[in-house]
Design a protein around this ligand. Structure first.
Ligand code: AP5
Ligand code: MG
Ligand code: ZN
Length: 213
């Protein structure tokens, strides 16, 4: 099963993608997590990506597309995957479609997690992230068992550099301008469905599972 998560920053793409990956036994591939891991390790890719991410801007397509095409070609992705945060522009979607077509494959589902902008800024200020394994928590809606510590891997939880309210607003603007057109793109491809992302985390997941079967 090949799945794409669509939705605004903070809509809950990562939260749901992790649950989908666990239930269906497929890898969760988040471009944001890959960039953050590279930043943490101080790689050249990380250095370049950080310049854009800290400003709430998208990392250029040329740094992103090959990385994803390479990742979905790994053996663990042979039965499918859930892509979170990619594609995010029409050129990225076209590059993905082309790479899949070359192997006679296609995306099965694009899931749009819908949350109004008003809810997003408050959600982000309460988010805590694990930069080691990519797990995401919320101080109120999804707290870790032990404050400040990742349940999965024991690493320290942090507030992401791009979760400051002014940067969140900029990310929302970028989302509406560059990523929202993908809803139409995948709707035309006949693979899109939407879920109401303002419900609690387990209810959103139940709605997704009902559609995926
Ligand atoms: P990325 O890491 O993908 O960030 P994003 O799209 O802005 O989305 P987030 O990770 O912030 O939110 P999410 O939807 O995953 O929500 P989450 O589950 O954490 O990208 C970061 C940056 O990297 C980009 O700005 C860009 O610069 C760059 N980048 C990445 N991919 C790129 C690409 N393809 N091309 C170019 N640049 C790229 O949930 C949010 C919070 O809410 C959490 O605290 C969570 O616990 C809580 N929560 C989740 N669901 C619920 C719920 N139902 N009710 C209450 N709280 C909830
Ligand atoms: Mg995320
Ligand atoms: Zn962790």
């Amino acid at each position: 099963m090949k799945i794409i998560m669509l939705g605004a920053p903070g809509a809950g793409k990562g939260t749901q993608a992790k649950k989908i990956a666990a239930k269906y036994g497929i890898p969760h591939i988040s471009t944001g997590d890959i960039f953050r891991a590279n930043i943490k390790e101080g790689t050249e890719l990380g250095r370049k990506a950080k310049e854009y991410m800290d400003q709430g801007l998208l990392v250029p397509d040329e740094l992103t597309c090959d990385l994803v095409v390479d990742r979905i070609s790994q053996p663990d992705a042979s039965n499918g995957y859930v892509l979170d945060g990619f594609p995010r522009t029409i050129p990225q979607a076209e590059a993905l479609t082309k790479a899949l077509e070359a192997r006679g494959e296609k995306i099965d589902y694009a899931i749009d997690v819908t949350v109004p902008d008003e809810n997003i800024v408050s959600r982000m200020s309460g988010r805590r992230a694990c930069l080691k394994c990519g797990a995401t928590y919320h101080l109120v809606y999804n707290p870790p068992k032990k404050e400040g510590v990742c349940d999965n891997c024991g690493a320290e939880l942090v507030l992401r550099d791009d979760d400051k309210p002014e940067t969140v607003q900029k990310r929302l603007n970028v989302y509406h301008a560059q990523t929202q057109p993908l809803i139409d793109y995948y709707s035309k491809a006949g693979v899109l469905f939407s879920v109401d992302g303002t419900q609690d985390i387990d209810k959103v997941f139940a709605d997704i599972v009902a559609k995926l079967g």
